[in-house]
Write a protein that binds this ligand. Structure first.
Ligand code: CA
Length: 227
């Protein structure tokens, strides 16, 4: 899961990044509204956490403009204000949930889990496609036809998670590289190929019929042919 955090209070942002990374989320942090809007518009995030009071553009405005651009990423708003009017306004702007500062870490994590379940359309922490199931808690890949399973490494997990979340679409190498390594990666395209090959080996190991197909000159997609 790749999270976007837009928060201008440095200490708060550092603490949140640390907590979220410990929970196995990839986090990109921006500290002003304008960069936050650009980031969310990239549409690579599974969840966006937006502070309301930000320099340049507030969190409500980011949410409103992101929705206008067709971005469907679930948005959790953070605010120091607790007035009910703000809550209503935030939800009108396209936010999905709301958390009032100060909040407990436990509550933040619970809200994120709820939003990611909504995003992934899963109730039991399992992402499914064809004859495979991916357990998002243990990062285990299981072939549902024969019960064989294997633990995935972090990046292999992210590759499959992203492919399953976008099933039916061809994902370009660029999309995969940014999604898996983030904006600040200096990884070359080769890395995508390397991780595709690792991930394919894991699919082969559990004898899944689901395959990662390379679409020449375009990218990759997940296919399942039950023959
Ligand atoms: Ca703030």
């Amino acid at each position: 899961m790749r999270l976007l955090l837009v928060e201008d209070e440095r200490r708060m942002a550092l603490a949140l990044c640390e907590i979220l990374r410990l929970e196995n989320y990839e986090v990109d942090h921006f500290s002003d509204g304008a960069s936050g809007l650009e980031a969310i518009k990239s549409d690579i995030y599974d969840i966006a956490i937006l502070d309301v009071m930000l320099p340049e553009m507030n969190g409500f405005e980011i949410a409103r403009r992101a929705r206008q651009c067709g971005v469907r990423t679930p948005i959790l708003m953070l605010t120091a204000k607790s007035e009910i009017d703000d809550k209503v306004y935030g939800l009108d702007c396209g936010a999905d949930d709301y958390l009032t500062k100060p909040f407990m870490t436990k509550e933040l994590l619970a809200r994120l889990r709820a939003l990611s379940r909504r995003r992934m359309d899963t109730n039991d922490g399992q992402l499914r496609f064809g004859d495979i199931a991916l357990d998002t808690g243990t990062m285990t890949l299981t072939c549902t036809a024969n019960g064989l399973n294997v633990r995935l490494r972090d990046k292999e997990f992210r590759v499959l998670e992203y492919l399953i979340a976008n099933q039916g679409q061809i994902l370009t190498r660029d999309q995969l590289a940014v999604k898996i390594w983030g904006f600040e990666n200096d990884s070359e395209y080769n890395n995508v190929e390397v991780y595709m090959s690792f991930t394919r080996k894991k699919l082969g190991f559990v004898k899944a019929k689901t395959q990662i197909k390379a679409v020449r000159g375009v990218g990759y997609e997940l296919r399942y042919d039950d023959v």
